[in-house]
Write a protein that binds this ligand. Structure first.
Ligand SMILES: [Zn+2]
Length: 109
């Protein structure tokens, strides 16, 4: 069925034709359970649309492609920490070039 939702990104009303039933929508709107339990048949992008009206296309435009798994992100400002960032002399830490905060140098899990 066709679902119309206002996008939290663009504020415009998007429509998606999703493989859902009115019963599922009623359960979702009544807050009866987790979105992934109510709509096990939908993709993550389709569930995202139900939650905040953002279509998969808008995610790509608004967020860019998902970051590489081994990209380091600063815990303080969430900017990328480049590979050649300053490394702490004794501890396994990187210094963020954007906000100068030190971040533990952890492998992405
Ligand atoms: Zn930072």
């Amino acid at each position: 069925m066709k679902i119309a939702k206002r996008s939290m990104f663009t504020g415009k009303v998007n429509e998606m034709d999703l493989d859902v039933t009115p019963e599922q929508i009623a359960a979702f709107e009544g807050g009866r359970g987790l979105v992934q339990d109510i709509f096990p048949n939908l993709t993550a992008g389709e569930r995202e649309f139900l939650l905040n009206g953002v279509t998969p296309e808008e995610w790509e435009v608004g967020m860019g492609p998902p970051p590489d798994e081994d990209t380091l992100l600063c815990l303080h400002c969430e900017n990328d920490i480049p590979e050649d960032a300053i490394e702490h002399e004794t501890q396994r830490q990187w210094q963020c070039p954007s906000c100068d905060a030190w971040n533990d140098k952890e492998e992405a899990s």
